[in-house]
Ligand binder design. Structure first.
Ligand code: HEM
Length: 377
């Protein structure tokens, strides 16, 4: 039987208490991510400070490139991005289901690769970008279009350039998560010797972080510095007996939530209810959560259920997000779809929900249910 323990009273803690009775443990922390002193400094960038001339052969005008990144920032909610850090650089896949946005991603990456080749800098007020362009000669970039966007492999033998690549990659993920809101902010800079960040998926418009691995204590500390307040772990503690994640999270000041299950066979309504409740509790507090298991596979069901049922995201999109975070087991998908279907008909029949937060089929279902209710007097 699971239990929740709490260091401080918090809405997350109470939501965990209410909903995780069957499945896991939550340890509340009073520290607020948004109050972290290590948040990146804010800096406004008047567009006019970017040089307007283009004296580089084979490179777009700044105006053209600016239009392109403005479009991408505006389309951020249609973009997903996976970043894996290596000892010598980063590998990133950035994609969109919208073909026009996918084409923009490819066009932008190629345009930026051309700029990097000759050091034709943009965003020079932001040290990570300015220094990266200075180091352009030390960086190799491979751009490979995928069906829905682009795969990038960037590397360097220069350790300073490697941390700039790493910092830039995390900065682009911030653009994806936050769109225009992230654009005027200086990019956080890693230092040589910092631990490699965990590989992760960024979902456009979503503040939460999706780790594609088991994070270690150093990586948890890095997440805390980057503004994460809550860790939601879907692994059983027995899977990592040598590592007490609850203690590691507590010593870093992170709220810890454990919703353990071993695989598709152990997915229950209670598990998915609890995952939704934990994410909603973080939302209500304005906290950023980092979700993880060992590979990302087990994050998917709870996330897709939350997106479809609590955020009104179309089911196919919610399942697509779960797959992007490596939900590879078809049985997990089936059980998740089944849960969403059952909960949708219950919710749409009797719960008053703002009509514009429903999908078309949810609205139809809801109307039918309300008509039936009226008919019953
Ligand atoms: C949602 C918005 C954006 C998306 C999806 C995006 C996507 C990308 C992608 C996929 C790359 C290839 C490197 C990588 O994958 O890490 C890249 C590189 C680059 N982007 Fe963007 N970008 C966005 C916004 C911006 C903005 C606002 C700027 C500002 C000037 C910018 C400047 C650059 C530069 C300079 C590079 C080349 C540096 C390098 O490849 O290491 N991007 N971007």
């Amino acid at each position: 039987m699971s239990k929740c323990s709490h260091r401080t009273a918090s809405s997350l803690a109470s939501a965990c208490l209410a909903s995780l009775w069957l499945l896991g443990a939550c340890v509340g922390s009073s520290m607020s991510a948004s109050a972290s002193a290590e948040q990146p400094a804010s800096s406004q960038t008047p567009a006019s400070t970017t040089p307007a001339n283009d004296s580089y052969p084979g490179v777009n005008s700044v105006a053209k490139d600016r239009d392109m990144w403005q479009e991408l920032l505006g389309a951020n909610t249609k973009i997903r991005r996976t970043v894996r850090h290596t000892e010598t650089g980063v590998e990133a896949v950035t994609e969109s289901d919208d073909p026009a946005v996918a084409a923009k991603i490819i066009e932008h990456s190629k345009a930026m690769q051309a700029r990097m080749k000759v050091g034709a800098q943009v965003r020079f007020w932001d040290p990570v970008f300015a220094e990266l362009f200075k180091k352009h000669g030390a960086v190799s970039i491979e751009v490979t279009p995928t069906d829905k966007g682009v795969r990038i492999v960037e590397s360097s033998a220069d350790p300073e350039a490697v941390v700039l690549l790493r910092s830039h990659a995390m900065g682009v993920s911030e653009f994806v998560r936050e769109g225009f809101k992230a654009a005027p902010r200086q990019t956080s800079k890693f230092k040589v010797g910092d631990p490699l960040p965990a590989p992760e998926l960024a979902i456009g418009g979503v503040p939460h972080r999706f780790l594609l691995t088991q994070p270690d204590a150093m990586q948890l500390a890095g997440l805390k510095s980057a503004g994460v307040a809550v860790v939601i772990n879907f692994r059983k503690p027995a899977e990592h007996p040598e590592y007490n994640e609850q203690a590691a999270a507590a010593s870093t000041g992170l709220t810890y939530c454990n919703l353990p299950y071993a695989g598709a066979a152990e997915i229950t309504d209670e598990l998915l209810d609890s995952a939704r409740a934990a994410i909603k509790a973080a939302d209500e507090k304005g906290d950023t959560a980092a979700l993880h298991c060992r590979t990302g596979n087990r994050i998917g069901p709870g996330w897709a259920a939350y997106r479809a049922l609590d955020k009104g995201v179309p089911v196919e999109q919610a399942i697509g997000e779960a797959k992007a975070m490596q939900m590879v087991d078809p049985l997990m998908e089936t059980k998740t779809r089944d849960y969403i279907r059952r909960k949708t008909s219950t919710a749409s029949a009797w719960t008053p929900v703002a009509p514009n937060s429903l999908t078309h089929s949810q609205q139809t279902q809801r109307q039918l249910a309300l008509d039936a209710k009226d008919a019953m007097g």
